[in-house]
Design a protein around this ligand. Structure first.
Ligand SMILES: N[C@@H](CCC(=O)N[C@@H](CS)C(=O)NCC(=O)O)C(=O)O
Length: 208
């Protein structure tokens, strides 16, 4: 299998973490697509992913899978242990719900702030900026952080007692928020403790 990515960027990091958690990190070859230099907007890459974004997982039969949630679902089915997406109907929908809320309300909101309200990846890449929308998305990210902080008062991970794909998405969002210089309010102590707990996982070192 191959993974088209740009190492260190938030969404590729989600796939790296899932691969490391699953013990599949060495089963893939990473192919770098230079996003800051616009390689993801070249015709050759649009053939791989018409959306022009990384990451993309390419299976041995040539099937190309984009969107991190879909890639993580494939990996979770490909190897059962450890389970990252739940095994009962209830755990599966709780994890899916949390994953979606964290992606839309946190990671994507941070990304929108970075790409619209800051210089982002520079004028060659950021061709359609809307600063007001970016600032609004920063508020969304901070509101989602507050919600996650409250939730983590009673549970170790975002979907309950088990580490799941929702935590992987939030981890990418946390680091992206720091990179985009969104200051985390000091009172979000449970969220900070959760981050320390996640960073201590062996997968984080493997994925780096
Ligand atoms: N929803 C997508 C988001 C992927 C994404 O936004 N990737 C970024 C890198 S972190 C990208 O390729 N950005 C290029 C661009 O927006 O031009 C996913 O889950 O994979």
């Amino acid at each position: 299998m191959e993974v088209y990515e740009f190492k260190g960027f938030p969404n590729p990091t989600r796939v790296r973490l899932a691969l490391a958690e699953k013990g599949l990190f060495d089963a893939v070859k990473f192919v770098q697509v230079n996003v800051p230099e616009g390689e993801h907007r070249k015709p050759e890459f649009f053939v791989i992913n018409p959306s022009g974004i990384v990451p993309v997982l390419e299976l041995e039969d040539g099937t190309q899978i984009s969107e991190c949630s879909a890639i993580k679902e494939y990996l979770d089915h490909a190897k059962g242990d450890p389970d990252l997406m739940g095994q009962t109907p209830k755990s599966r929908v709780v994890i899916a719900m949390m994953q979606h809320k964290v992606e839309a309300g946190f990671l994507d909101a941070v990304a929108a702030y970075f790409h619209h309200a800051t210089a982002g990846l520079g004028s060659d890449i950021e061709t359609h900026q809307n600063a007001a929308w970016g600032e609004r998305q920063k508020e969304t990210a901070l509101n989602t952080m507050a919600w996650m902080n409250d939730l983590l008062a009673d549970q170790d991970y975002l979907a309950g007692d088990q580490f799941t794909i929702a935590d992987i998405t939030a981890m990418a969002g946390f680091d992206f928020a720091g990179f985009a210089q969104i200051d985390m309010p000091a009172e979000f102590t449970q969220f900070a403790t959760w981050r320390d707990r996640v960073v201590a996982r062996p997968s984080v070192k493997i994925a780096a």
